[in-house]
Design a protein around this ligand. Structure first.
Ligand SMILES: Nc1ncnc2c1ncn2[C@@H]1O[C@H](COP(=O)(O)OP(=O)(O)OP(=O)(O)O)[C@@H](O)[C@H]1O
Length: 303
């Protein structure tokens, strides 16, 4: 899949602004961003449900909007919120879909893999939110798609169900399926994705593998901690070795970058002691995707 310069205006808002994406077979691409970032709109353009105002997208060699009939049998779509006739039973729905596909997966196998065997005879409306989500995923996969679009695939799931879904997505990748998923969970993007595209307000803020986004040799290590806002960093900076930088990334959140060794940590805690405050949540290591988002926008991903 290749998309270049996608833009879409919805209700006066620029929901998607000049977005580039690419996804190969056997690859997981995560669109990571907070609510309203434009993830669903971008995915719906790639699925062919929305026509972009600008830009071009090709999915499996087709234009998804004008050649949807050719494309649909080859892709799987798990929309946000799912949706089905309320009285239909889980197994019945999956078998019905399987009967429309040329070479379907075994519905019973899919139900078992997603932990749904025991609710195969339960009407859709009586399934929990997480079970409805998993059934929606099973429906997206039953036709053995070459490429799948998963919009917030684990939203509302408990940890056990989420792990089942993560394992299945990993297995899809091993089978050569391309997976485009949206998420606002950085753990999900970090665990599953080969490449992550961070979006906010419809725009791509950063793109790369989780390692590229979170490390980068030039950045060195990072030390983060929280404390009282507005601490005077002058004394700390003077005591730090050359090449270290320190700043308050947002009120009460302090960040040090550079060649951080045990002495640096001792300097930081001594500086805190001089201010009569505790260095809370002191954390040394590489950045998380959450940190990347915070550094780019000054906001938390979940906000
Ligand atoms: N049909 C619509 N009419 C007007 N504005 C819309 C419409 N659909 C979405 N928007 C707006 O477009 C922007 C992007 O929405 P979109 O649903 O693509 O974001 P998202 O990243 O998927 O968010 P979420 O995680 O909440 O689903 C938001 O500002 C949203 O309010």
């Amino acid at each position: 899949m290749r998309a270049r310069g996608l833009s879409k205006r919805l209700g006066g808002n620029l929901a998607v602004a000049d977005v580039d994406l690419s996804l190969d077979r056997g690859e997981v691409l995560a669109l990571l961003g907070p609510n309203g970032a434009g993830k669903t709109t971008t995915v719906e353009i790639c699925e062919g449900f929305l026509r972009p105002d600008d830009g071009r997208v090709r999915v499996l060699g087709t234009d998804p909007f004008t050649q949807g009939n050719r494309l649909r049998p080859r892709i799987g779509v798990m929309p946000q919120g799912g949706g089905a006739y309320p009285g239909v039973r889980a197994g019945e729905m999956l078998r019905l879909l399987a009967s429309c596909c040329a070479t379907p997966l075994d519905p019973e196998w899919l139900l078992a893999t997603l932990g749904l065997s025991e609710v195969r005879s339960t009407p859709y409306k009586r399934l929990s939110g997480g079970q409805q989500q998993r059934l929606s995923l099973a429906c997206a996969l039953v036709g053995r798609p070459e490429l799948v679009f998963l919009d917030e695939p684990t939203a509302g799931m408990d940890a056990h169900a989420r792990n089942l879904v993560w394992e299945l997505i990993t297995a899809l990748r091993s089978d050569g399926v391309g997976v485009l998923l949206t998420t606002h969970l950085m753990e999900e993007a970090e665990t599953l994705a080969d490449r992550v595209v961070i979006v906010d307000h419809g725009r791509v803020l950063a793109a790369g593998s989780p390692t590229e986004l979170t490390s980068g040799e030039e950045r060195g290590r990072e030390l983060r901690f929280t404390s009282r806002p507005g601490l005077d960093l002058e004394l700390l900076l003077a005591a730090l070795p050359e090449g270290c930088s320190a700043w308050e990334s947002r009120p009460g959140h302090y960040l040090l970058r550079g060649d951080i060794d045990p002495q640096t940590i001792s300097t930081v805690t001594a500086w805190c002691a001089r201010h009569g405050v505790l260095a809370d949540e002191l954390r040394l290591g590489r950045r998380t995707l959450e940190d990347v988002f915070l550094d780019l926008t000054g906001r938390e991903l979940r906000s």
